[in-house]
Design a protein around this ligand. Structure first.
Ligand code: FE2
Ligand code: FE2
Length: 396
């Protein structure tokens, strides 16, 4: 009987970790072939979260093109409705009764398999290959395998594999930040990513345009451009400034209620000022969205988004840049002292931050609206900082 391995995954994008694993299993288990089966986009996830099927399939096709015993299968992508592993195995075994299938899963997945749809049938129709990496608790894994063998008569192979520290998520973030992903994935896949502008800032801008609408999108673009200029002048990472700028208001469209609910969901503490004016929360929720929806893990970017409304004492350079860019970007409606602040931003960033805070506090006081205590604290911090700078350098 022919032995065929099945390797599922989102492959968003496929990388050397996937290819290494498939080749390792092919070799260790004496397989005749490995099928790469990209999963279909889950219906509850928008195209903002997972890349369209055709791109993911194409990248797999390119990645395996030079390996004769690797093959792409779009079986799951082509099926209507929810796709279950058991149905995939039914189709395959019906079409190819003289093949024994080896279903490759991450070791962690083995622990949840008894909750999959019709686990008994899955175990009957395939041999499960649980692929473990260095830090896995093999004793627990063997126990679970024993349990599944006894309960379902499952055929399970535990395959120990050398650790390869590459993840699709880290590739997506690195592409976005314009960092090198050479040696993370095959060159032809990387060329394709560049050619189609996948995962890059262009794709991010489109997503933000869809979510925010034209007016707010223009504001975000303005913040992006000004942030990039300021980063250039003050020596910050320009790409990080762009990403923080484009994403800083990504939660701006949410209602008060939605913002509060998101904070509860993600365990974000709500201050007294935020309770009274929930719109302030759009910065904290924006940081969460940057992480969960747009794949940004970089703490510096996340903090710049998180504090863009109130600021905070001792802000990082990037935080000050986004805080200032948000205030002075060219699409802003005219506000008192804007020209002066704009000029100052390119000469002394701390002084610009201080002036923005002062002007904001004066405006909020005149309107009799809620003032977050962090804004007051931040103003005091930068006022004192400027004072101490003047004492040190009296000629300035
Ligand atoms: Fe904002
Ligand atoms: Fe903004």
């Amino acid at each position: 009987m022919k032995k065929i391995g099945i390797m599922g995954g989102t492959f968003n994008p496929i990388h050397f970790g996937h290819l290494f694993l498939a080749e390792y299993a092919y070799d260790q288990l004496g397989l005749d072939m490995v099928l790469f089966m990209p999963s279909k986009n889950p219906p509850h996830k928008s195209r903002n979260e997972v890349l369209e099927d055709e791109y993911r399939a194409k990248m797999v096709e390119l990645a395996i093109s030079d390996n004769p015993h690797f093959q792409l299968s779009t079986l799951e992508m082509e099926r209507e409705g929810t796709t279950y592993t058991v149905d995939t195995l039914r189709i395959l075994t019906k079409e190819n009764p003289h093949v024994s299938y080896y279903f490759l899963v991450g070791a962690d997945s083995l622990f949840g398999m008894s909750k999959w749809k019709e686990p008994g049938t899955i175990f009957k129709l395939s041999t499960i290959v649980a692929v473990g990496r260095d830090q896995i608790n093999y004793e627990k894994l063997e126990q679970e395998a024993e349990y599944l063998k006894e309960t379902y008569g499952a055929k399970i192979i535990v395959l120990k594999m050398p650790m390869i520290q590459i993840s699709s998520a880290s590739i997506r973030e690195r592409v976005l930040l314009n960092q090198s992903v050479r040696y993370y994935l095959p060159k032809n896949v990387l060329d394709y990513i560049k050619d189609k502008e996948l995962y890059g800032i262009h794709a991010l801008r489109e997503k933000i345009r869809d979510i925010l609408g034209e007016g707010r999108y223009l504001h975000s673009l303005g913040v992006e451009e000004v942030a990039c200029d300021l980063a250039y002048i003050y020596g910050a990472d320009e790409m990080k400034a762009r990403i923080a700028g484009i994403l800083h208001d990504s939660a701006k469209k949410l209602s008060d209620e939605e913002l509060k609910n998101e904070c509860i969901k993600y365990d974000i503490p709500i201050s007294e000022g935020e309770k009274q004016c929930p719109q302030l929360l759009h910065s904290k929720v924006g940081a969460i969205y940057a992480k969960t929806k747009y794949g940004v893990q970089d703490e510096g970017i996340l903090n710049a988004i998180s504090y863009h409304t109130t600021g905070r004492p001792g802000m990082s350079l990037l935080e000050k840049i986004i805080f200032t860019a948000d205030y002075i970007e060219p699409n802003r409606r005219p506000i008192p002292q804007l020209d002066e602040i704009r000029k100052l931003a390119y000469e002394d960033l701390d002084a610009a931050v201080c002036m923005i805070l002062k002007s904001t506090l004066e405006y909020l006081t005149s309107k009799n609206t809620v003032i977050d205590s962090l804004t007051v604290e931040t103003y005091k911090y930068y006022k004192d900082l400027l004072k101490s700078k003047t004492i040190k350098n009296p000629n300035n």
